[in-house]
Design a protein around this ligand. Structure first.
Ligand code: G1P
Length: 282
């Protein structure tokens, strides 16, 4: 079977970043650096590696840093190599989300730009080092191409963490199918349908846009992507996808710090000196 090639990826980046104030007051959290690159750049590189050709950034009206970061500035390009991050065959579009009404609303803001049957969503604050397996999004694109279904990145989480994640349940608990039967946003532990938490990587049928149009405010009084997806599950196969790789929750301070340490320990110019310095901290 062959399915329409995936073209479009949406990077929602218009949240308030309240967990990282004050650093997020003037700049979106997606611009937080991991060593020397902002989170959004890792996300863009992952999408380009996976073959996406249309990048849509949903940004707040008052924070233009992401657009500036990827804009070509000929004098600096030679130094930053930014120009080379987004190749000529890949287009970028910046859409403003006037008010931070939630992740589902942010995705819906990009509805007119999504033409293909399916599209991807990457939450840049979930940094995933796919290492030898290739990026998480590339792994998911292969799953889509093989099975012709949607996919959502998932990983096992602890019971006390259910209130931080979308939580899924497989249709077949024995494990012969990975099709998602249920998805709920940030349930209390006693209501969590499993301990499989959603990580910020999605391949979704464009029909989700029509659902988001109708979706009311849910968890946290926000329009949730999870609720739009939930309304599709009867008609569309969307699989839970357990990717290979290390995920860092860079929406939390501790996850962000861990990512910086691990990436510094792999950085060709810093690794040796940084590792030696760390040993003095025990
Ligand atoms: C969002 C999603 C949630 C998902 C999480 C992954 O929540 O709404 O379902 O599990 O990303 O990082 P947020 O962390 O933006 O509150």
């Amino acid at each position: 079977m062959s399915y329409k090639k995936l073209k479009t990826v949406i990077f929602p980046a218009a949240g308030l970043g309240t967990r990282f104030l004050p650093v997020t007051k003037a700049s979106p959290k997606e611009m937080l650096p991991i060593v020397d690159k902002p989170l959004i750049q890792y996300a863009v590189e992952e999408a380009i590696e996976a073959g996406f050709e249309q990048l849509i950034f949903v940004i707040p009206p008052d924070k233009k840093a992401i657009k500036k970061h990827f804009e070509s500035t000929s004098e600096l390009d030679a130094v930053t190599k930014i120009g080379a991050i987004i190749p000529a065959n890949v287009s970028s579009l910046y859409i403003e989300q006037a008010e931070p009404l939630g992740l589902g609303h942010a995705i819906w803001c990009a509805r007119d730009a999504v033409e293909a049957e399916s599209f991807a969503v990457v939450l840049a604050d979930d940094l995933i080092d796919g290492a030898a397996a290739g990026g998480c999004l590339l792994q998911m694109v292969r799953h889509y191409e093989k099975n012709g279904c949607g996919a959502i990145g998932i990983q096992k989480i602890a019971l006390e963490e259910t209130k931080q994640y979308g939580i899924i349940k497989y249709e077949d608990e024995v494990g012969s199918s990975n099709r998602i039967a249920t998805i709920v946003e940030k349930p209390d532990p006693q209501f969590a349908p499993s301990l499989l938490g959603v990580v910020g990587r999605y391949i979704l049928p464009s029909a989700v846009m029509g659902q988001l149009e109708k979706t009311q405010k849910g968890s946290g009084n926000e329009i949730q992507l999870t609720d739009g997806i939930s309304a599709l599950l009867g008609d569309y196969r969307i699989d839970g996808f357990q990717f290979k790789g290390q995920r860092y929750d860079c929406g939390s301070k501790i996850g962000y710090l861990k990512a910086n340490v691990d990436y510094a320990l792999k950085h060709p110019e810093l690794a040796k000196e940084f590792a030696a310095w760390l040993t003095t901290k025990q």
